[in-house]
Design a binder for this molecule. Sequence first.
Ligand SMILES: Cc1ncc(COP(=O)(O)O)c(C=O)c1O
Length: 417
Amino acid sequence: MTNRHGSLPAQGRSWAQIKSEMESLAENDFDWRAGRLGVYVFNAGEDVRTVARDAYSMFISENGLGPAAFPSLRRMEDEVVGFGLSLLEAPEDACGDMTSGGTESILMAVKTCRDWWRAQGETERTEIVAPHSAHPAFNKAAEYLGLTVTRVPVAADFTADTDAMAVAVNDRTMMVVGSAPCFPFGVIDGIEQLSTLALERNLWLHVDACVGGYFAPFARMNGINLPPFDFALPGVRSMSADLHKYGYAAKGASTVFYRSGELREHQLFRFGDWPTGEMATPTLAGTRPGGAIAAAWAVMNYLGQEGYQSKAQTVIETREKYERGLEAIGGFQFWGRHQLGLLAFGSDEFDMFAVAEGMRDRGWMSAGLRQPKGMHLMLSPGHAEVADEYLSDMAAVVTEVRSGDRVAVAGGGSRYS
Ligand SMILES: Cc1ncc(COP(=O)(O)O)c(C=O)c1O
């Protein structure tokens, strides 16, 4: 946030000048194109980016708020949602919408769940029970919607402690949450156990597959043995899955899904008491960027199942290479069993904040972990090319930290903020 007032240039400037200024502004950004970021950017290659960018600019002015005016966008959104539903083994009656990102998808699922309970006359149901590792978007949603979240410590393997969650559930619980995978540790929670809990106690189970929704199905097609995490489990009532993460779409694109149209009904907002008459919107946004819808549709068609499978394979092989490399350096421990593109690790032998700072000084940035202390890498296909460089810098930094030549200065290592 800034409170520094600025004034518009008195006269407009040329695009050439503006572009060159933007290029120099970007010079201080971390070089994600060179694989330097282990968070924020999902780099599937220049060709995918070109498709997303061109599709985005073709529909840069169109507005997803007006499907009657833009049947093109309606068709593309329907198809994107349809691709997601079938990847996540949704039943015939399931449906969903595109949103601007994981946070909005989660907000919509929480609001829909709250209003579904209200419609059953259960207005006291205002509590979400989630593992400690669930994304803060659940607390954001709760804060916005007048609800509460009880976070339950994770189990020794860093997945949700489903037994402890069962104990935490009470008469006020409206939703239980599992992640596939969670952001901090990259591990898939025991969604099967949560599904059983949800069915036994008549609870709404939301699976946050923002990270895994467009990755895990392809990993599975490649033969990776993943636990069930999607609508194949009967207790799952809603899911969030981000297109702008491992769907490799342009930013501003996610999906929220419901097991049935009857559940999704409670997501809709309708209002008619103003001069224009009824306005109905499915999600939080009014105006919705046509570009984000078009780019997601285009990238999905460009990659197809084969393309996504191949990207998933590259990412998993890269993650394995990072794991082997870190093991060879020595002194690291992995936080949980990683099966997708995320990797979380720490150390009992040296200070991980000092390691994170050392890597940052060498131009590598990733999210830090505080409980327990560690680092986190969210890998994308682009990281395949820089794994050796990363590992050799890591070896050098660990040597510095072990010898005492480097100590943590900022005291927090890298941050996710
Ligand atoms: C597991 C998980 N859920 C939700 C989100 C929120 O997504 P967004 O940043 O698109 O709002 C993230 C973001 O990293 C995530 O990792």
